[in-house]
Design a protein around this ligand. Structure first.
Ligand code: PHB
Length: 388
């Protein structure tokens, strides 16, 4: 008995605890309802990382605990986070698709001694709401800024801006106005729509009435973006030669088969394309496709989750598995690595990810599949969204 115990201690290494603790990571996302595919992408990205790197970090097993938050609902977000912290005793929180949900969770982090690694929610100001938040997605300021120059270079100067009326939409509207004005163009009308808007033809009519050459648009990826891009085509604006410029939320790859010709030629800018040409991305896509269980469902939330798991693993290693949120966050400030999207770094000042933003065009690849074809890149983009 004694010899057995000693042998076990030997196997586990000197000074370590004889039995590895399980470290729980709570992941909040839309796993049901209209945005379920976005949540499935969180899950696919997180599980792809575990499949490639193993479930054990620094001798500790990682257990993912998923909680379903179908749409933006700050009250429910807060309740779920509270329950994960208090009852499930998670040491880390990850995920969060919508900005209002992230804003509802960040006030709980300090008292809970839990870092939050945001896989999606993209409003710049979220990062100022807690020093324990780290973000591996993007901001609308980051992704939108290159569109101003891209539009003017293509001879499109007179714009109507159309955004969903909440954090990321307001950020996108401001970033585009600044970028297009700096490039020598103008926004002649700014339209904000409620988050639950599903009927877009009146908006397309306003664009037509304004006599705009271009439309800038942001909506949260999922049914709203699919509906908007379809309406842009169905109402004849696309055929009439009006050009749509948007951050890549509007042309996520999982929507492209359904959009088909309606999205053909759209110019977007974003941090990640599933077709990004690198070895590490090919391996990521293979693992994430396997995790999601069917082809053509992958989209950008998967890469936010995959890189988010990398960050959480670094935090676990740096704290030796002990619950110390401040030390965990401190350890990843300045962390740089090669992501499936390209080179990235956690900006030590904002805790938001610095990355390349790519200009892309919806086109068919050699196999006839619709992709976001990368046509230009702007490296090392920090979040510029807080310095308006
Ligand atoms: C957000 O709520 O922050 C959000 C959601 C979906 C997006 C982008 C931003 O595509």
């Amino acid at each position: 008995m004694r010899a057995g115990a000693l042998a076990l201690a030997g196997v586990c290494g000197l000074g370590g605890s004889a039995f590895a603790d399980t470290i729980k990571v709570g992941i909040i996302g839309p796993f049901s309802g209209p945005f379920a595919l976005q949540g499935k992408n969180f899950q696919a990205g997180a599980e792809a990382w575990l499949a490639q790197n193993g479930k054990t970090v620094a001798g500790h097993d990682i257990e993912l605990v998923y909680r379903d938050l179908p749409t933006a609902n700050p009250q429910q977000a807060r309740a779920l986070a509270q329950e994960l912290i208090v009852r499930d005793k998670v040491q880390y929180l990850g995920g969060v698709y919508f900005t209002p949900d992230a804003m509802a969770i960040t006030p709980l982090l300090k008292q809970g001694n839990v870092p939050l690694v945001i896989f999606n929610a993209a409003t710049s100001a979220i990062m100022t709401s807690s020093p324990l938040a780290v973000r591996t997605s993007f901001t609308l300021s980051q992704t939108t800024t290159p569109l101003g120059k891209a539009a003017v270079e293509r001879g499109v100067k007179k714009f109507v801006s159309v955004v969903t009326d909440y954090g990321p939409g307001v950020d996108a509207e401001a970033a585009f106005k600044k970028a297009i004005t700096a490039a020598g163009g103008e926004v002649v009308e700014s339209i904000r729509m409620p988050l639950n808007t599903t009927e877009f033809s009146p908006i397309m009519q306003r664009v037509r009435d304004a006599g705009a050459e271009g439309v800038f648009a942001f909506l949260p990826s999922g049914p709203p973006t699919l509906g908007f891009v379809k309406a842009f085509s169905d109402t004849g604006l696309k055929k009439a030669g009006v050009k749509l410029f948007a951050p890549g939320d509007l042309t996520q790859e999982s929507d492209l088969p359904a959009l088909g010709e309606a999205a053909d030629g759209l110019i977007t800018s974003f941090h990640y394309a599933v077709s990004h040409d690198s070895e590490i991305n090919k391996r990521f896509v293979a693992a994430a496709d396997k995790a999601i269980g069917a082809p053509d469902l992958l989209s950008f939330p998967a890469v936010g989750a995959y890189d988010g798991m990398f960050v959480i693993a670094k935090m676990i290693a740096a704290t030796g598995g002990k619950q110390d949120a401040e030390k965990a966050v401190e350890a990843v400030k300045g962390l740089a690595w090669e992501s499936p999207r390209g080179p990235v770094k956690i900006d030590p000042e904002t805790r938001h990810i610095t990355q390349t933003i790519y200009l892309r065009e919806v086109a068919k690849d050699a196999q006839g599949r619709w992709i976001n074809k990368e046509i230009a890149s702007v490296p090392d983009q920090k979040d510029s969204g807080l310095t308006k």
